[in-house]
Write a protein that binds this ligand. Structure first.
Ligand code: UGA
Length: 447
């Protein structure tokens, strides 16, 4: 790697921090910039403020090797060649994205670059609807930096496709790089940065307009979310059909290369900070441009209702949920993360409580985050077995490996009555034959 390469990344959230740590782990001098003093201090000590496999290790090493530093001072961006903007673009009530953070970061960056003499490349990594880089970021930047893109400023849209739980691996081995730009120099500069970073492992680079790059991100997440709602729809049909297991259907259709095996796991519906937010933003963008994207509305509606399917299954096993004690295993929106944003567990817990159930929940890492939202609405347990103690029903909401290890006898030994709703399909139905076991997408068993 070019020893002189130095980048700054504005916004030390999940994407920014994982990107910063990955860059630094390959020898790029990286400065993380954030307005949150506490977060910056934590990063400077080499400690990750969020749970992500591998992040702690590479962060600690990068800070120790002085390749990664963090600051609240935007002016340090001017000392680097390139600034990546990775600030959040949260949802507004109407589904559109709130650009407050992006505008503020761009304003501050522009001001910081005003006195800089050399060329500076600005890269928008935040998820933004088509047109944002050209119509919002560019004029704000040019105004405050008092120069033009194409002269001493470069500007690219470069969406990220990191998945929580595998973010470092994804950052080091992406399947593609998408670069949207209106001027050749910016695109060349960013391509050459990635060419050096990935060396002989450079993935395919798609060079396009900023608007197309921005849309690629939404199209990607909308497709993945739709694939999940599709398989959940098939699961709901399978569940009503004797002798059918959605897993077998998914495996079979997935062998067709046009369909593919991945993202065909039926469950309680997708969660996380991206799918719901991004589809809502895409729907809003599309509507504002005169087209109602019916498909994506159905994707979202199917997902929302999947929580009800899970609660219905518990209700069917128990007769009534009123005053029943229900164990919820898993709060995180998927395994290997402490993130509970938009987690299906929250939707399911809310419905269980509405029906009068008392909920006791366990998650290996997400309890502190869950407490911020659910506070004392539920009881928090210390481990899977103590969660099950004296309960009438257990609902598996996250596919953590430690839940997979539970045996039918554990449920039998600890629960008042071993009713199990496997909303993640982590168990082999054959093993649970003797228990009251119901699973998403598992039809009535022929006897
Ligand atoms: C998602 C995308 O996969 C990333 O490519 C993208 O960069 C990211 O959003 C983003 O926009 O930042 P992530 O939210 O981390 O990544 O999580 P996923 O692994 O995609 O899972 C999303 C949800 O779908 C989870 O609740 C997961 O359990 C669920 N899911 C996934 C299923 O129910 N079935 C599946 O087959 C796959």
């Amino acid at each position: 790697m070019n020893k002189l390469a130095a980048v700054s990344i504005v916004g030390m959230g999940y994407v920014g921090l994982c990107t910063a740590a990955s860059f630094a782990s390959r020898g790029i001098r990286t400065i993380g910039i954030d307005i949150d003093h506490e977060k910056v201090e934590q990063i400077r000590k080499g400690r990750a403020p969020l749970h992500e496999p591998q992040l702690d290790n590479i962060l600690r090493k990068a800070v120790k090797d002085r390749l990664l530093d963090a600051t609240t001072d935007m002016s340090s961006a001017a000392d680097t060649n390139t600034t990546f903007l990775t600030v959040g673009t949260p949802s507004r009530p109407d589904g559109s994205i709130d650009l407050t953070f992006l505008k503020q970061a761009t304003t501050d960056l522009g001001s910081a670059l005003r006195k800089k003499s050399g060329y500076h490349l600005v890269v928008v990594k935040s998820t933004v609807v088509p047109g944002t880089t050209s119509n919002v970021v560019q004029p704000t930047l040019e105004n405050h930096a008092e120069t033009k893109v194409g002269r001493s400023l470069g500007l690219c849209a470069n969406p990220e496709f990191l998945k929580e739980g595998t973010a470092i691996k994804d950052a080091l081995h992406p399947d593609k790089i998408v670069i949207g730009s209106n001027d050749k120099k910016s695109a060349n500069q960013l391509t050459s940065f990635y060419r050096k970073f990935y060396a002989y492992k450079l993935p395919p680079v798609i060079l396009t307009s900023p608007e197309a790059a921005e849309l690629v991100k939404y199209a990607s997440n909308a497709f993945l979310a739709t694939k999940i709602s599709f398989i959940n729809t098939i699961a709901n049909i399978a569940q009503r059909t004797p002798g059918v297991d959605v897993g077998t259907v998914a495996r079979a259709i997935g062998l067709d290369p046009r369909i593919g095996q991945l993202f065909l796991k039926a469950g309680a519906g997708y969660g996380g900070s991206c799918f719901h937010k991004d589809i809502q933003a895409l729907i809003d963008y599309s509507n504002k441009n005169g087209y109602d994207p019916v498909l994506f509305r159905a994707t979202e509606e199917t997902n929302e209702k999947q929580a009800t399917r899970v609660v219905d299954m518990a209700e069917r096993l128990l007769g009534s949920l009123s005053d029943k004690k229900v164990a919820v295993l898993g709060l995180a929106f998927k395994k290997d993360t402490d993130d509970i944003r938009e987690a299906a567990s929250l939707r399911v817990i809310s419905q269980l409580r509405k029906k009068g159930a008392r909920v006791v929940a366990y998650d290996p890492v997400a309890i502190p985050n869950a407490k911020k939202i659910l506070s004392d609405q539920i009881v928090y347990a210390d481990n899977p077995r103590s969660t099950l103690k004296g309960t009438d029903c257990a609902v598996i909401m996250t596919e953590w490996d430690q839940f997979r290890k539970l045996k039918p006898q554990d449920f039998r030994a600890y629960m008042k009555t071993p009713n199990i709703v496997d909303a993640r399909r982590i168990y082999d139905p054959e093993d649970f034959r003797e228990l009251n076991y119901a699973a998403i997408g598992l039809g009535p068993v022929n006897s």
